[in-house]
Design a protein around this ligand. Structure first.
Ligand code: 3HC
Length: 292
C-alpha cells in the first residue's frame, strides 16, 4: 500500500518542517507534541514559513490554506493510529525515543513504516523497542527543512529492501532528493560536515584566522552558502557538541573530538543564533558581530 497519511512525532524545528513539507506535498498529516504550548509554537512556525513562501509567490494563497487544512496537531498518540508512516523528530535522547516508539508500536497499524530523523543516534537501538524491525528506517532531513532538498534514507541490517524503496519514493513525493545510507553515526553528511565544523574551530584556536575571515574564506573560496561559524551558530553549538560527542564515542577518532572552545561556549550557554550569542553576537540580527 502506498503512503497516504503521514504522522510526525515532535513539532520543534525539524518536526514542524517535516510536517509542513508533508502537508505541502498533499498528504493529510498529523503532528504530535507533548503539550498544547509546544504544538502552538510549532504551528506558528509553519504558518510563518508558509506566509514567506506565499509572499515570494513560491506557493499560491490557496495552497497555503490547503496545506494548513491538511495539518492536524495533537497531543495524543492515538491520533497517529491510521498513519502509513510515522517520522520521529523528538528530543535526541535514545531512551526517550525507545519509550516513544514502544508506545506508538502498540497503537499505529502494523503495516506502517517507522522512521527516525535522528542525526547521530544508532537507529538499530531504537528498533528493538518495537516489533517492526523490517519496517523501521532513518529519514534524516536538513535544517531549514522547507528549503533544504536532501533527505538521507537510512537502512539498518534489519530493514526490508521494499521498505527502503517505498521511503525513497516517499521522499521524492515530498519534493526532496533522497540518498541511501546505512546505520552508522552521522550517516553521510554529518560524517563529513561535523569534522569540518570542528576543524574550523581548531583553525580558529590555532590562530589561522579570525571568525569573519575563516567564514569569508569558505564562502568565497569554496562557494559554500554559509561559512563554518555562521553554520555552527545556525545549527546550534549545543547540537554540534552533542553530535560530535556521539560520533567520537562511536568511532574514537580525533577528528570527531569536540575542541575546548566549543565546550566552553556551550558551558557558558552561548549556543549560537537561538541564544543570541555564539561565535557571533546577534544583538542586531541583521548585522551579526564576530566575537573571536
Ligand atoms: N520557509 C520559507 N522560506 C524561507 C524559510 C523557511 N523556513 N527560511 C528562509 N526562507 C526564505 C527567505 O525568506 C529568503 O527569501 P528571500 O530570498 O525572498 O529573502 C530565502 O528563503 C533565502 O533565505 P535567506 O535570504 O535568509 O538566506 P540564504 O539565501 O542564505 O538561504 C539557506 C538560506 C537556504 C539556509 C542557505 O543559507 C543555506 O543553504 N545554508 C546552509 C544550511 C545548511 O547547511 N543546513 C544544514 C545544516 S546541518 C543539518 O541540518 C543536519 C543536522 O543533523 C545538524
Amino acid at each position: 500500500m502506498p503512503i497516504q497519511k503521514v504522522g510526525v512525532l515532535g513539532c520543534g524545528l525539524m518536526g514542524s518542517g517535516i510536517a509542513q513539507v508533508a502537508a505541502m506535498a498533499g498528504y493529510p498529516t498529523v503532528v504530535k507534541e507533548v503539550s498544547e504550548e509546544f504544538l502552538r509554537k510549532g504551528m506558528t512556525g509553519i504558518d510563518k514559513s508558509l506566509a514567506k513562501f506565499a509572499e515570494k509567490q513560491t506557493i499560491t494563497p490557496e495552497k497555503r490554506t490547503e496545506t494548513l487544512e491538511r495539518l492536524k496537531g495533537t497531543t495524543k498518540f492515538e491520533d497517529l493510529a491510521d498513519c502509513d508512516i510515522v517520522i520521529e523528530a523528538i528530543t535526541e535522547n535514545l531512551q526517550v525515543k525507545r519509550e516513544t516508539f514502544a508506545a506508538i508500536d502498540k497503537i499505529v497499524k502494523p503495516g506502517a513504516i517507522f522512521a527516525s530523523n535522528t542525526s547521530s543516534l544508532v537507529i538499530t537501538e531504537m528498533i528493538t523497542a518495537t516489533r517492526r524491525a523490517d519496517r523501521f528506517i532513518g529519514m534524516h532531513f536538513f535544517n531549514p527543512v522547507p528549503l533544504m532538498k536532501l533527505v538521507e534514507v537510512v537502512a539498518t541490517v534489519m530493514t526490508a529492501p521494499a521498505v527502503m524503496d517505498e521511503a525513497m519514493k516517499f521522499a521524492v513525493s515530498l519534493g526532496k532528493v533522497p540518498i541511501r545510507t546505512t546505520d552508522r553515526s552521522g550517516f553521510i553528511v554529518n560524517r563529513l560536515l561535523v569534522p569540518y565544523l570542528l576543524d574550523a574551530i581548531r583553525a580558529l584556536e590555532e590562530g589561522a584566522g579570525n571568525v569573519e575571515d575563516i567564514d569569508k574564506g569558505m564562502k568565497l573560496g569554496c562557494g559554500y552558502p554559509m561559512g563554518p561559524f555562521t553554520l555552527l551558530d545556525f545549527v546550534g553549538l549545543e547540537t554540534t557538541l552533542y553530535i560530535a560527542n556521539i560520533m567520537f564515542e562511536e568511532f574514537r577518532e580525533k577528528r570527531f573530538a569536540p575542541p575546548p572552545l566549543l565546550k566552553r561556549l556551550v558551558a557558558a550557554g552561548h549556543h549560537g543564533k537561538k541564544t543570541g550569542r555564539g561565535f557571533y553576537d546577534y544583538s542586531d540580527p541583521a548585522n551579526p558581530k564576530a566575537l573571536f
